[in-house]
Write a protein that binds this ligand. Structure first.
Ligand code: C2E
Ligand code: CA
Ligand code: CA
Ligand code: CA
Length: 277
């Protein structure tokens, strides 16, 4: 009612202040986290079910907070994006991946392709391409073993500019994929002109596929779209055998999800892979 409108307003501003304060302290501790090297990468296997072989891994960041333990990227990536801290964090991720690639080689594993998430802020930053090029050079990393995952949103915002940038990245020799595919708003026209290697079917469709005909139809369409565009397609978030069988029927053979493995720390991934070789 009218009489407590003022109180509601006060309550509202107080909670907004709380949110703002919390964000500020998160921002400060994120800055420290970069200095103190508190981030870690987990690696989730991607499997080709026709051959039962590893295709590659996706690197997923976590924040190993000294007091609060492992913090999920969903909690801090948005703040890192708003504050621009995603730029140094993203660079750290790229360096870490190059180092890890060579560590696994030294341990006697075959070369492993590593996919990495690139945020919109990173992709649009002026020096992204030259930074990436510099990092690949400094580690003498074969670019073919690096895959950049971009979302539809990033590419469709300004599809003409994005097309040019994707071509420059392709020229470096890295692989490109579209993450969370189907959740955004892709123009098929642009999709066919992007030099991409792979579509990643979003896990919301995988989850709903067995109960919702519309989700199944979307999965089938994405698989046949990829076939027609002569690019690869992978389903993510596959948790059980039922989902696996449906995907197999649809013709989707590249799989990522808890069914095979959760994202693992580098040493645990090594053990997981070594046991399968
Ligand atoms: P994403 O790129 O869509 O990553 C897939 C997410 O699904 C990961 O969550 C993964 O752990 C989770 N997942 C994998 N398989 C399954 C499954 O079978 N079932 C279920 N329920 N979930 C599964 P995570 O690791 O918490 O990452 C969340 C998001 O944070 C990522 O979504 C990505 O957008 C972002 N992110 C992660 N690492 C980075 C990074 O290094 N840089 C940037 N910019 N963003 C990152
Ligand atoms: Ca991803
Ligand atoms: Ca995804
Ligand atoms: Ca996602």
């Amino acid at each position: 009612g009218k009489e407590n409108g003022r109180n509601n307003y006060q309550f509202f501003t107080e909670s907004l202040n709380e949110v703002a304060t919390e964000r500020l302290s998160l921002e400060n501790s994120l800055r420290l986290a970069i200095e103190r090297n508190e981030f870690v990468l987990y690696y989730q296997p991607q499997i080709d079910i026709k051959t039962n072989k590893l295709i590659g891994v996706e690197a997923l960041i976590r924040w190993n907070h000294p007091q609060n333990g492992l913090i999920s990227p969903a909690k801090f990536i948005p703040v890192a994006e708003d504050t621009g801290l995603i730029i140094p964090i993203g660079e750290w991720v790229l360096r870490e991946i190059c180092q890890q690639h060579f560590k696994w080689l030294e341990f006697g594993l075959p070369p492993i392709q590593i996919a990495v998430n690139v945020s919109a802020i990173q992709f649009q930053e002026k020096y992204f391409l030259s930074t990436l090029q510099g990092i690949l050079r400094s580690y003498n990393m074969n670019p073919a073993y690096l895959e950049l995952e971009l979302t539809e949103g990033i590419l469709m915002r300004d599809a003409d500019t994005a097309t040019g940038e994707l071509h420059s990245l392709k020229e470096l020799g890295v692989k490109l994929s579209i993450d969370d595919f189907g959740t955004g708003y892709s123009s098929l026209q642009y999709l066919s002109q992007f030099p991409i290697d792979k579509l990643k079917i979003d896990q919301t469709f995988v989850r709903a596929m067995s109960t919702h005909a519309s989700s199944l139809a979307i999965v089938e369409s994405i698989v046949s779209l990829a076939e027609k565009l002569h690019i690869k397609v992978i389903a993510e978030g596959v948790e059980n055998n039922e989902e696996l069988e449906i995907l197999q029927k649809c013709g989707c053979t590249e799989i990522q999800g808890y069914y095979f493995s959760k994202p693992l720390p580098a040493d645990q991934f090594f053990e997981w892979y070594y046991a399968r070789l």
